[in-house]
Design a protein around this ligand. Structure first.
Ligand code: SF4
Ligand code: SF4
Length: 467
């Protein structure tokens, strides 16, 4: 078999000039990640389990009668931990995204790519589910490499078939859970029970996401981090000398020597490379491909334990810590700046969201017909739109406010009291009339709209116009 197209990983060492997961001819160099145990693996298993549980349970948890997180696209409504947002509140997403984005920048400036290694769904599902299934069905790294390089056999076929069948089930499960953020859980179960015929759109999306997730988690894997995700590329702009990264201590490790009695602490055993899910050698320094998973720390600590040397040849530390052994400072200009902007975003979001009323009003005029003049009376027609943004029905009282001075038009409100079901909008026609003889110039009019339950009041201003 042509070595370049072999399923076994290439026998070359990762370097800084090439991408280890790609061969010279551009084909994929699939890596087989070795098993690793250690304190960070135990913590990551816990964090992965917790995050997967949160992901699966959020659509089930009800706060204020609606799911904790639910995006109702046809209804143009979003439910977020008890608060309901309509399309009118869309601008708030800007503040929230600014807050969350700069919050992530702040975390990156302090802790490097902790998001990638510990919380990103790409890592959480790959390491927390798919890679575990692979190890369970196909065994250790050495077994997988041996089996993949051997001729096709019954043993290899059944293992691959079972593994990919489980992958498909997992991908379908994650896709359904994703859909539950858009379709309420009981509706989703109803869709599943009744089959795809009545719900082709939902079925199509489920198939699409199942295919994408299966492709990603079964084959594409680290390539998503290396090729697709832009966050890794931002890393160099966000970190500084005091950012905590995962690195190798060359002062301790070099010169490497396989003879344990000579050289530095690194015995060039290659364990840190074998366990790396992106196939890099951390001993070359921080690289864009490093997702901060801490596999190499546990792997190297294991070796150091066996050699009876102190742990931490590969460890969490800052560049300054590795170079000078100095303690890292937390209050740096970029950390302060990112924190401030993030806090401003979150505070604005929380303040504006808390001060919102549960309803919105808007007044429209008929196009091209600002007024009519009949029997010496000017008449203006307005359409008052009231949007109930709450889940419950509300009753609204519409009261025109007479101008404090000048002409006093007569109002005709078609429905002075309007009951609107939850998350719906109603239109109320309103007329204002004024004898032609009393009209001199256009003037403003005000309408007060009061929620009879909460007492909240909004005012809408319109203009009375005439010839
Ligand atoms: S695991 Fe540690 S000792 Fe082994 S090659 Fe990596 S840095 Fe060197
Ligand atoms: S270099 Fe270490 S921390 Fe970075 S991705 Fe590889 S194993 Fe994970």
């Amino acid at each position: 078999m042509d070595a370049r197209h072999s399923a076994a990983p290439e026998k070359r060492r990762p370097d800084l000039d090439t991408v280890f997961t790609s061969r010279e001819d551009g084909s994929r160099n699939s890596i087989q990640v070795a098993d690793v145990r250690g304190r960070f693996q135990r913590r990551r298993t816990l964090v992965n389990g917790l995050l997967i549980a949160v992901y699966l349970s959020l659509p089930w948890i009800k706060i204020g009668g609606s799911p904790a997180v639910h995006l109702d696209l046809p209804g143009r409504t979003a439910h977020l931990f008890g608060a309901t947002f309509t399309n009118q509140d869309f601008y708030l997403a800007f503040f929230l995204l600014v807050g969350m984005g700069f919050g992530l920048f702040m975390v990156t400036a302090i802790f490097g790519r902790v998001w990638c290694g510990w919380a990103c769904p790409q890592t959480v599902f790959t390491e927390g589910l798919f890679r575990k299934v692979e190890r369970w069905i196909e065994g250790s790294r050495q077994r997988r490499i041996r089996r993949n390089a051997a001729p096709l056999s019954f043993d290899r076929i059944w293992r691959k078939t079972v593994k990919h069948a489980i992958y498909l089930i997992l991908a379908a499960g994650i896709a359904h859970a994703f859909l539950a953020y858009f379709i309420p859980v009981h509706d989703l179960f109803e869709y599943i029970r009744s089959g795809p015929a009545g719900h082709w759109t939902a079925f199509g999306w489920t198939l699409f996401w199942t295919a994408v997730l299966y492709f990603d988690y079964s084959w594409f894997r680290e390539q998503t981090c290396l090729i697709v995700c832009p966050y890794g590329r931002l890393q160099s702009a966000l970190v500084d000398q005091d950012t905590i990264v995962i690195g190798y201590d060359p002062a301790r490790g070099e010169p490497r020597s396989k003879k344990t009695q000579e050289g530095g602490d690194c015995i060039d055993c290659f364990r840190c490379v074998a366990v790396c899910p992106t196939g890099i050698d951390i001993r070359h320094g921080l690289q864009m491909e490093c997702i901060g998973c801490a596999n190499c720390i546990d792997a190297c600590d294991e070796i150091m334990d066996k050699l009876g040397r102190p742990r931490g040849l590969i460890r969490y530390d800052s560049f300054r810590g590795f170079a000078q052994g100095k303690r890292r400072g937390l209050l740096r200009p970029r950390v302060v700046l990112f924190t401030l902007i993030g806090l401003i975003g979150v505070t604005l979001f929380a303040t504006v969201a808390a001060r919102r009323t549960d309803f919105e009003v808007r007044v429209l005029r008929p196009r091209g017909m600002p007024y009519t003049l009949v029997d010496g009376t000017i008449r203006n027609l307005y359409t008052l739109k009231i949007q109930n943004k709450d889940m419950e029905p509300h009753t609204y009282l519409v009261t025109p406010i007479p101008p404090e001075e000048g002409a006093q038009p007569r109002f005709i409100v078609a429905q002075p009291e309007v009951r609107i079901p939850g998350l719906e909008t109603a239109e109320v026609p309103i007329f204002a009339e004024l004898p032609r003889s009393e009209y001199q110039v256009a003037f403003p009019l005000q309408l007060a709209i009061r929620d009879s339950l909460s007492g909240d009041e909004l005012r809408a201003t319109v203009r009375f116009v005439g010839p």
